[in-house]
Write a protein that binds this ligand. Structure first.
Ligand code: ACO
Length: 423
């Protein structure tokens, strides 16, 4: 076994060197404190591996993303979101029987408990859809109570997982209908996952939704691209909250709240706001770039930069191409796409962004596609959450199955006042 040596006060301590499947290396410091009396300090967890995981692999330098070993581009081209969800949660592609059982659970759990509808009635129409989503997902534990997932009854986990993946879609569509003052459209048992969502969003009593296969294909791709991304802010939150042994609904609700922030999933809404602002006010791209570089301004180029990718985010590449083909197929032209392309070109040729290895991330082009699908910008982060749900569930389950099971509990270096007495 290879080891790493740390010297503290002239004493040498040895720690195991752990190597992952893709040869990434980590120093296992689980007994660092016991051996040395020291802890590690890593602001923002930039170098801390919080777990070993077999779900998603990212090589940020090469721009690689794989779920369970499969390249993201292959998955996005060939699988359905439901198959991808199964792959993430259960570790392998479903057999025909497994797929039909999983689909049955999704269908059976698509309807919200009718009493939950009253919650929507009391919510102000201008409420942010992410606030509605997190409240409603948390309230699933009121309507479908559970203490923890029963190890003796794996089917219980299967049903809860399917309920979350299915109901988040219904909640999202209902919150949209609420915001525009239209009656809710209930899920249909004869429609597949993505088409069912589009129907709940865009059917109305006066005009039924005209099934749009191309829109379904694009939505499917968007959801797959968002389905997991290893130990990001929201997923780490789900794991940390879940490690207290609270139920899965509460754990993913915390993940939804973490996703909402503009530095994380909320960036997709910020990108469109930024592009619209450039268009509305006739701003020049070079001025926006200058503002993003100016440290005296509290402004960042949203949809750009990533903690792990120091190369082009592979999801952004797929979304950029999908934007072009989807809009061309509809003979549509979104001026925001032209602005985004101009911004990207400026970023890729500017020393500030080159030196810091800042490239477009998943949020840079996703909003343009959501807009083309007719989804309003306030819903963009909700769409991200629908896509991310299988990943959160898979990560929660893996965390729960890890032996020995440990509550997540980081340490700190205290820098406040030393001991003192009251006057
Ligand atoms: N615009 C301008 N400068 C940036 C940007 C940006 N979008 N992103 C990073 N930088 C600069 C920082 O100012 C910093 O510069 P400095 O070294 O001169 O101080 C340097 O690049 C490193 O940035 P950090 O914030 O230290 O990098 P970190 O890994 O902590 O942050 C993050 C990553 C939060 C994604 C950041 O790049 C950012 O704020 N991007 C914009 C928001 C965004 O798009 N978020 C979505 C990310 S993808 C996702 O979560 C789904």
């Amino acid at each position: 076994m290879k080891t790493a040596k740390i010297i503290i006060d002239d004493r040498e301590h040895e720690f195991p060197l752990v190597t992952g499947t893709e040869q990434e290396r980590a120093i296992d410091i689980s007994d660092l404190y016991a051996k040395t009396g020291c802890i590690t300090l890593d602001n923002g967890f930039q170098n801390t591996g919080a777990c070993a995981s077999a779900i998603t692999f990212i090589d940020g330098d090469k721009g690689i993303l794989r779920y369970r070993g499969f390249d993201i581009s292959e998955l996005a081209d060939k699988l359905s979101f439901v198959e991808t969800a199964y792959l993430l949660i259960y570790g392998s592609l479903p057999t025909i029987d497994q797929k039909s059982l999983f689909s049955r659970y999704l269908t059976e759990n698509s309807m919200l408990h009718e009493d939950m509808i009253h919650y929507f009635v009391g919510m102000p129409p201008r409420a942010h859809p992410m606030a509605i989503l997190s409240s409603m997902v948390n309230s699933l534990s009121i309507f479908y109570p559970l203490s923890f997932v029963d190890d003796e009854n794996p089917q219980e986990f299967d049903r809860i997982a399917a309920r979350l993946i299915s109901m988040i879609r219904t909640i999202a569509a209902f919150s949209y209908k609420k915001s525009i003052g239209e009656p809710f459209v209930y899920p249909r048992h004869d429609l597949k996952y993505c088409m069912n969502f589009l129907n709940m969003m865009f059917s109305s009593p006066v005009k039924p939704y005209e099934f749009d296969l191309e829109a379904e294909r694009v939505l499917n791709k968007l959801l797959i691209l968002h389905a997991d991304h290893e130990q990001n802010c929201s997923t780490s939150t789900v794991r940390l909250v879940g490690s207290s042994m609270v139920n899965l609904y509460a754990s993913v609700c915390a993940g939804i709240c973490a996703l909402w922030g503009p530095l994380h999933g909320g960036a997709n809404q910020e990108v469109i706001d930024m592009l619209e602002d450039i268009q509305r006010n006739g701003r020049k791209v070079k001025d926006v770039i200058a503002m993003a570089k100016d440290k005296t301004k509290n402004f960042r180029l949203f949809g750009c930069g990533h903690r792990v990718y120091k190369n082009y985010d592979p999801r952004a590449k797929i979304l950029k191409d999908t934007c072009a083909t989807f809009l061309a197929g509809r003979h549509a032209n979104d001026p925001l796409l032209s602005i985004a392309l101009e911004l990207e070109d400026a970023v890729l040729h500017d020393d500030y962004f080159i030196e810091r290895k800042l490239y477009p991330n998943v949020d840079f082009y996703s909003g343009i596609l959501y807009r083309a699908l007719g989804i309003p910008s306030a819903m963009f982060t909700v769409m991200f959450a629908i896509g991310r749900m299988p990943g959160w569930i898979a990560q929660w389950r893996e965390m729960h199955d890890t032996k020995p099971f440990r509550i997540g509990r980081p340490r700190q270096v205290y820098v406040g006042p030393a001991h003192r007495s009251l006057p």
